[in-house]
Design a protein around this ligand. Structure first.
Ligand SMILES: O=c1ccn([C@H]2C[C@H](O)[C@@H](CO)O2)c(=O)[nH]1
Ligand SMILES: [Zn+2]
Length: 152
C-alpha cells in the first residue's frame, strides 16, 4: 500500500468488530506501523481507529529532531479522525514490533482517547498478531474527562 493511500475496503458494520472486520482493523494498524517515522527511537508503532460509522483512520508515530515534539501513533490516528469530522469511536488497534509484549498506549494517549468517551475497546497486539482487548476504563481508571468540567 502506497504511503497515505486510500484503502478500497467496505465500511465496518455496527457493533464491535469481529472476524474479518477485526482482522481488517488489526491489518490497518500494522500497515500504519510501516509508515512510522522514528529515526531516533527506532520503535515503530501503528494505530487504527474505528469510528461508530464504520470508517477506519490509521496513524503512525512521527518523531522530530527536537525530541519532545514527537507524536505517538494513537494520537496521530485520533487527530486524523477528528480533523475529518469523526468524534465517535468503537475501537482502536495498536501494533508494534515488540515480539514478546503487547504494545500499550502511553499516559498522554490514554487521556486523549478518553476525551472521546470511555465506552470503547483498545486492541493491544504483539508482533505475531496475537492480541488482548482492554476497555478504556481499564486503561485509565478514575479518569478526568469533559463531563467533569460541567460539575462546577
Ligand atoms: O503506544 C505507543 C508507545 C510508543 N510510541 C512511540 C513514541 C515514540 O515515537 C516511540 C518510542 O517511545 O514510540 C507510540 O507511538 N505509541
Ligand atoms: Zn502515546
Amino acid at each position: 500500500m502506497e504511503r497515505g493511500g486510500q484503502h478500497p475496503v467496505p465500511a465496518v458494520p455496527p457493533g464491535q468488530p469481529q472476524g474479518d472486520h477485526l482482522q481488517l482493523l488489526l491489518r490497518r494498524s500494522r500497515e500504519a506501523k510501516n509508515c512510522a517515522y522514528c529515526p531516533y527511537s527506532h520503535f515503530p508503532v501503528g494505530a487504527a481507529l474505528l469510528t461508530t460509522g464504520g470508517e477506519i483512520f490509521s496513524g503512525c508515530n512521527v518523531e522530530n529532531a527536537c525530541y519532545s515534539l514527537g507524536m505517538c501513533a494513537e494520537r496521530t490516528a485520533i487527530q486524523k479522525a477528528i480533523s475529518e469530522g469523526h468524534t465517535s469511536f468503537k475501537a482502536m488497534a495498536i501494533a508494534s514490533d515488540m515480539g514478546d509484549q503487547f504494545i500499550t498506549p502511553c499516559g498522554a494517549c490514554r487521556q486523549v482517547m478518553r476525551e472521546f468517551g470511555t465506552d470503547w475497546d483498545v486492541y493491544l497486539t504483539k508482533a505475531d498478531g496475537t492480541y488482548i482487548v482492554k476497555r478504556l476504563e481499564e486503561l485509565l481508571p478514575l479518569s478526568f474527562g469533559p463531563e467533569d468540567l460541567k460539575k462546577v
